[in-house]
Design a protein around this ligand. Structure first.
Ligand code: GCU
Length: 388
């Protein structure tokens, strides 16, 4: 039934499993000298930082670690939002560096029915502010806030374009020009995805300051380009307790070397403003990339990570995302975290929940919806309970 190839931007897009090339994945646990990582300490002190800097250098760009100051301002608050079920806080985060500043808004609902600080899901919203309406006049299955509140979690969101516009002509007009202009001068400097991940970490800074939030239980969530960002944010900033990526596809959870659906070449052509300049060198040479995306999931270990795909979204290479998850398992084994992924692709609508690496392949379109969130909650419930 399904077409095996397609043409896009002058390239053939492969949708045929039988023509996926043979490839060798870089070994997560072997350093460039061929020495094997045998314990957590070598992983954390040597191999993990090495892999992290390979991702910075070759794909997402360097993450600035310093800036002058940060300020949080509550711009609106309602203790009885959602018919009394939740406490709404709208926060404006302002970051300063060398005399310039950038501000961006965050929406946060905290459940009123609770005995302790609340765990929270933070969405990197890449689909417009209507999805995260603080008045709740407009509701969206992309961010089903009432449902999350009912399950005992707080829910928050910020809009990616508030810190870096999602356009190749204007992505600089946010934190890059204002706070980190040096990033724009370097081939390994971060661009849009790095900027969005940086902002997620500033929201994390805010959570630490809010006594109604359990900052040890902050899950970062993103869909598609937001999912790529959630993975990068979770890899970079180990304060995030959990990572959820929905249909993150190329340069998210999917293996680059499979060349199935969107390739490195196509993503660089269409969305060059997401990644650093160095990434362009691999457009026609993915096998020379020193990393592949299973290593990005490996950087999140031992923290739980959940990936989703959808049947109608072959562009994102569902099987390639599943394989990334499976290939990240050795790091979770090192930490003795239980991973119960099967060897073969799970059946449609059969989520793998009771596992430190979770996955589901959902029926339907490229999206983030109530089915996905329902399973995010189940996965979070399971993994937070396992830890306690
Ligand atoms: C495009 C892009 C994908 C991306 C998606 C999205 O389809 O090619 O890489 O994930 O947009 O963000 O929805």
């Amino acid at each position: 039934y399904a077409q095996k190839t397609d043409k896009f931007m002058g390239e053939i897009v492969n949708y045929d499993e039988t023509t996926v090339p043979k490839y060798n994945l870089p070994d997560l646990l072997k350093n460039p000298k061929g020495e094997r990582v045998k314990n957590i300490s070598t992983w954390e002190k040597k191999r993990r930082p090495e892999i992290l800097s390979l991702f910075e250098e070759n794909i997402y760009g360097t993450m600035p670690s310093k800036f002058d100051s940060l300020n949080f301002k509550i711009t609106n608050e309602k203790a009885d939002a959602m018919d009394g079920k939740a406490h709404l806080k709208e926060i404006e985060i302002t970051a300063w560096n060398k005399g310039n500043s950038v501000s961006f808004p965050v929406v946060l609902f905290i459940p009123n029915k609770r005995t302790k600080p609340a765990p929270v899901f933070l969405l990197i919203n890449n689909r417009g502010k209507r999805n995260t309406d603080p008045t709740r006049i407009s509701k969206s299955t992309f961010w089903p806030a009432e449902m999350i509140i009912d399950s005992g979690y707080a829910i928050a969101a910020f809009h990616n374009a508030d810190v870096a516009p999602d356009r190749k002509e204007t992505y600089q007009n946010g934190i890059l020009t204002q706070l980190f202009p040096e990033q724009l001068q370097k081939d390994n400097g971060m661009k849009a995805i790095g900027s969005w991940a940086w902002a997620a970490s500033r929201v994390m800074d805010y959570f630490i300051s809010d006594k109604d939030i359990d900052a040890k239980k902050v899950a970062i969530v993103g869909h598609s380009r937001g999912g790529k960002t959630a993975l990068w944010a979770g890899a970079q900033d180990q304060r995030f307790a959990m990572v959820f990526n929905s249909c993150s596809g190329s340069t998210g959870a999917s293996l680059a070397r499979r060349k199935y659906g969107e390739t490195v070449s196509l993503i660089n052509k269409q969305f060059g403003h997401w990644f650093n300049n160095n990434y362009k060198k691999f457009s026609n040479n993915v096998d020379s990339l020193p990393v592949d995306q299973h290593m990005l999931i490996g950087l999140i270990a031992p923290r739980p990570v959940y990936t989703t795909n959808a049947t109608q979204d072959r562009w994102a290479d569902p099987y390639g995302s599943f394989l990334s998850s499976v290939n990240a398992k050795p790091i979770y084994d090192l930490y003795r975290q239980k991973v119960t992924l099967p060897k073969d692709m799970p059946q449609i609508n059969r989520p793998i929940i009771n596992s430190a690496i979770g996955y589901h392949f959902r029926e339907g379109a490229h999206d983030l919806n109530v089915y996905d969130w329902t399973n995010f909650i189940r996965f979070a419930n399971f993994n937070y309970a396992v830890k306690n």
